[in-house]
Design a protein around this ligand. Structure first.
Ligand SMILES: Cc1cc2nc3c(=O)[nH]c(=O)nc-3n(C[C@H](O)[C@H](O)[C@H](O)COP(=O)(O)OP(=O)(O)OC[C@H]3O[C@@H](n4cnc5c(N)ncnc54)[C@H](O)[C@@H]3O)c2cc1C
Length: 390
């Protein structure tokens, strides 16, 4: 088989690229269906972009790398595409856009675009033995017991990261990068829950509270969720991208402020109330019960001096915990790190030292925050390559 463009990986980035690349386009995926992560994303409603998407929301060893692709294909471009396909959506919170109906509508849209572009889609197909030739690249396809040689002028790796191996994640892009002498930065599970030893928070499993979670120099003000094995929830997942083994994280359980004056006022009018009962007006009762042990909270409001109340509020605003680890790639939403951007053109995603070879999507060392940013990177980087391939 001879093609102009061969794309390995029919996920978000690969399908976007296939939909807009020109010439004879082949896309290959070993999964039974394309876009499986799109299907399960956002609780089945796909948080497909974020109104506030911009370079600030991405981690990379080169924080400037994503700027060009994000600026040349923006969240507004993708929203326009979704609108033109009649997919209804809504903003949930913090600029996060979700389908009103189902994530399957996004997959159907991308499949329709690929069909209109005459893309040859090969599912349940594996690709191996990639080699550079004077004309481009050769590789072998295995599909249902048949083997086929492919010659392509250009090759696009869109096989994603390592997260959720059960869903077909492999390290193929990293292997191909190594084959062509490219560097892969350290990869780590990100947007992932923290674990703590011996079910430390098991009694609190299911309790959620608003909090500001800090890891490294970055803080996220959203919800935290206590689980049987540790901590999850949006603020925790966000912080996990900035966490390193052995580091502490800090939870501010009263991010809004106002607790101290409220307690002081209440002390003046109802000093006989138990401190923990009063705190339960501000925090979930089970969490207060747990904290009363950890922070030795006892007595009535009238028993608390200003200094004691101040010190307690400071403790609630600065609850320092050291996770044992994370849940790892088994549940991580994304992989931090990837193909070193130093090897790639920021405008096209092409490898400077290997003309015709492209890396897009999560395989690249560009990782977004929680909230639709990772799909935006898939759309923007997929489109950057597609435009170069047109
Ligand atoms: C549970 C979950 C929920 C998420 N929710 C959101 C969300 O709401 N919003 C958001 O922005 N991001 C979300 N993400 C992250 C988002 O799904 C990814 O960042 C995005 O899918 C990356 O796109 P990609 O095309 O680079 O890779 P993927 O979408 O992972 O696609 C890679 C494709 O390559 C195929 N592949 C891999 N190896 C091979 C191989 N060797 N041969 C052939 N094919 C191969 C895979 O089968 C897959 O189809 C979520 C992730 C998870 C796990």
């Amino acid at each position: 088989m001879q093609v102009d463009v061969a794309i390995i990986g029919a996920g978000a980035a690969g399908m976007m690229c296939a939909a807009y690349a020109k010439g004879r386009v082949l896309i290959v995926d070993h999964a039974r269906a394309p876009g499986e992560k799109i299907r399960i994303s956002g609780g089945g409603r796909c948080n497909f972009t974020n109104l506030h998407s911009g370079p600030h929301a991405f981690l990379s060893q080169n924080p400037h790398f994503a700027k060009s692709a994000l600026a040349r294909y923006t969240q507004w471009d993708f929203i326009d595409l979704v609108d033109r396909h009649g997919i209804a959506w809504h903003e949930k919170t913090l600029g996060q856009l979700f389908c009103d109906g189902s994530a399957k509508e996004i997959i159907a849209m991308l499949r329709r675009l690929m069909q209109e572009n005459g893309v040859n889609v090969n599912l349940q197909t594996t690709a191996r033995d990639f080699a550079k030739t004077p004309e481009g690249f050769d590789f072998t396809l295995d599909q249902g017991g048949h083997t086929q040689k492919v010659q392509t002028k250009t090759l696009v790796l869109a096989t994603g990261g390592k997260s959720i191996p059960k869903m077909g994640a492999t390290g193929l892009a990293y292997d191909i990068a190594a084959q062509f002498g490219l560097t892969v930065t350290e990869t780590r599970p990100a947007l992932v829950p923290f674990t703590f030893p011996e079910g430390r928070f098991a009694p609190l499993a299911g309790v959620a509270a608003p909090a500001c979670v800090t890891a490294g120099a970055q803080s996220f003000d959203e919800a935290v969720l206590f689980t049987h094995r540790g901590l999850s929830g949006p603020a925790v997942l966000q912080a996990s991208s900035y966490w390193r083994e052995g580091d502490p994280i800090t939870l501010n359980l009263c991010p809004e402020g106002g607790l101290l004056p409220a307690l002081q006022k209440k002390r003046g009018i109802a000093g006989g109330r138990k401190l923990t009962n009063e705190l339960a007006q501000f925090l979930p009762a089970r969490l207060v019960e747990h904290l009363s042990g950890v922070m030795a909270l006892s007595g009535n409001l009238a028993d608390q001096s200003d200094a004691a109340l101040t010190s307690m509020v400071q403790s609630l605003q600065n609850w320092t915990l050291t996770p044992a680890g994370t849940e790892g790639y088994r549940t991580a939403e994304v992989t931090l790190g990837g193909i070193d951007t130093g090897a790639l053109s920021a405008k096209t995603m092409e490898v400077a030292s290997v003309p015709g070879l492209f890396f897009i999507g999560e395989a690249v060392d560009v990782t977004g925050w929680l909230g639709g940013y990772n799909f935006q990177w898939a759309w923007s980087s997929g489109m950057a390559a597609a435009r170069a391939l047109a």
